[in-house]
Design a binder for this molecule. Structure first.
Ligand SMILES: [Zn+2]
Length: 271
């Protein structure tokens, strides 16, 4: 049943009338439109397929509420649930877009926002696999649509240092870190597995070349076909070390840092 409570979410673009929305955008030259993007892909035997977009959506909602509390017009678009998930394509339940499709959808959304009068878009990306395409489309769209600024944020990268400090294992997939954030949002569906393969177990090269430590930039990128392979149940590292309190701390840090970043971006002249 449709929940009328939803109308209280005054930060949701899709709950405005077109009349009110265009008035608000004209009135507030200082605005930010947040666009959450994630994935629908396997997340081990204990987490939901849609975890990445649910987290990106929730982080975006919280950031919008804080920005609005500071007098900034911040609105969240409905999330794009699908992303580039070919790497988990061998697991039933995974749904992936091709590079061309993701590029085209995001470009079309940017064009529509720009035509509506939007001048600052913040893409809040919950799935690392989307990051490369999002950066390319942001570069192309800002060249094409005059006076549009697009920020691309992959939420895990914003808190690389916190992950290093707070968790025993580095960030990968359906691991200690992601399971903790899922617990913080009450999204744990089953007991986290005790044993899972290490993310680096299948690498022929050392950590120095492409570290899982998000505070270090990779020196190389190595690709080989992943879409036909499965690695156990699809969880990695030590998901059983996850706790709700670590997830809550990480989530809070993500939200507060992104809020600060967007405020800075809006207040800086020229954007
Ligand atoms: Zn994920």
């Amino acid at each position: 049943m449709y929940d009328k409570e939803i109308l209280k979410r005054e930060y949701c673009w899709n709950l405005f009338t077109w009349v009110k929305l265009s008035k608000e955008l004209r009135k507030s030259r200082a605005h930010a439109i947040l666009f959450p993007i994630g994935s629908v892909e396997q997340h081990g035997p204990h987490l939901p397929l849609g975890l990445d977009y649910i987290i990106a959506d929730e982080v975006s909602s919280r950031v919008c509420r804080r920005l609005q509390a500071n007098g900034i017009l911040a609105l969240k678009l409905p999330p794009l649930p699908y992303g580039m998930s070919a790497m988990w394509g061998a697991y039933p339940g995974t749904i992936t877009l091709s590079t061309e499709t993701l590029y085209a959808i995001v470009k079309d959304v940017m064009r529509s926002l720009w035509k509506s009068g939007v001048r600052l878009v913040v893409i809040v990306n919950g799935h690392a696999g989307n990051a490369d395409v999002l950066k390319v489309v942001a570069r192309d769209a800002t060249e094409e649509f005059d006076s549009l600024t697009i920020a691309v944020i992959t939420i895990w990268e914003v808190v690389g240092d916190v992950i290093k400090e707070l968790f025993q294992t580095p960030f990968f997939h359906a691991d200690e870190v992601e399971t903790s954030v899922a617990m913080a949002l009450d999204l744990l569906l089953d007991k986290p597995p005790e044993k899972a393969p290490q993310p680096t177990a299948f690498r022929a090269y050392s950590e120095e070349w492409h570290s899982l430590d998000l505070t270090k930039r990779p020196k190389v990128y190595v690709y080989s076909r992943e879409s036909t392979k499965t690695v156990g149940f699809g969880a990695f590292g030590s998901p059983s070390l996850a706790t709700k309190s670590k997830g809550l701390k990480l989530l809070e840090e993500m939200v507060s840092r992104i809020t600060t970043f967007v405020s800075d971006l809006i207040c800086k002249p020229g954007t």
